[in-house]
Design a protein around this ligand. Structure first.
Ligand code: HEM
Length: 236
């Protein structure tokens, strides 16, 4: 697998097969997401929901597969290995764009997972079709409490498996703690979101548009990173 990914690419002369494939898939998933926005704008709520679901599932499978195949996270942070341009451009242009890209990817992931849950909560299924409901959407204190308890139990169970069965490092535990911490933070923030945007349908439209804008910016920044690494400043 590693050899295949390191083979010459098909988009730019200095790209690798892995980089080109990853860029093309990133474009495909983002375009699917943005097309789901078009479907929502046309009032096709159910098709919109199906496409969002399909793109999220394929994106997650791709991320996990790619991470295992190439240890992408580590490589991306060390982008310098593949950057052949001047030091000032690396420091003042490439690193800020790459950092913005990574921040947007994290935000996009958090927003889209939140939006999927919010979408189900804000909709009723009427005659087999999802329809946004213009009504107050609030989680009861009981639901809020049990969500937090479930999250804490999942984290504790996972931590026990990491420590006693899989014998994982402290870094792995920390990474999982951050993941569970972010989910808990989003559940906690929902209390404030409910106050400022009480109407479920309005909340879905406003935060949904913000999510779509984040995905558009991810497409722009990933294209810039690809162009800088493999077209404008490839390592010779
Ligand atoms: C990542 C997840 C999601 C995002 C980013 C998202 C985004 C959006 C946006 C931006 C709109 C408004 C379109 C506009 O007027 O500009 C919208 C509408 C809508 N969404 Fe979502 N959505 C998501 C998930 C879901 C889910 C899971 C469902 C259903 C279970 C759903 C059902 C709907 C419906 C029914 C509409 C109204 C369409 C109409 O105007 O008739 N969405 N969504």
């Amino acid at each position: 697998m590693k050899e295949l990914l390191a083979k010459p690419g098909f988009l730019a002369p200095s790209g690798t097969f892995g980089a080109d494939l990853s860029y093309l898939l990133a474009v495909l998933f983002t375009v699917m997401f943005l097309y789901a926005w078009v479907l929502a704008k046309k009032g096709l709520g159910t098709q919109h929901h199906k496409l969002i679901f399909l793109s999220m599932v394929s994106m997650l499978i791709y991320f996990i597969g790619y991470y295992y195949a190439r240890q992408l996270g580590v490589l991306t942070l060390e982008g310098k290995e593949g950057f052949g341009g001047p030091e000032e451009v690396y420091k003042n242009v490439f690193v800020p764009i790459l950092t913005t890209h990574l921040i947007l990817v994290c935000l996009g992931l958090i927003f889209s997972i939140y939006m999927i849950f919010q979408g189900f909560r804000a909709c009723d299924k009427i005659d087999g079709e999802y329809v946004l409901q213009s009504r107050e959407l609030k989680s009861s204190p009981k639901v809020f409490k049990s969500t937090m308890v479930i999250l804490a139990s999942l984290w504790a169970g996972n931590q026990l498996v990491l420590t006693f069965i899989r014998d994982k490092s402290f870094a792995a535990s920390l990474a999982w703690a951050i993941i569970f911490g972010v989910i808990a933070l989003v559940v906690f923030l929902e209390k404030f979101i409910e106050k400022s945007l009480p109407n479920g349908a309005k909340r879905h439209r406003i935060l949904g548009r913000a999510t779509m804008i984040i995905f558009s910016l991810i497409l722009v920044t990933s294209t810039l990173v690809y162009l800088m690494l493999y077209v404008v400043y490839p390592k010779t």
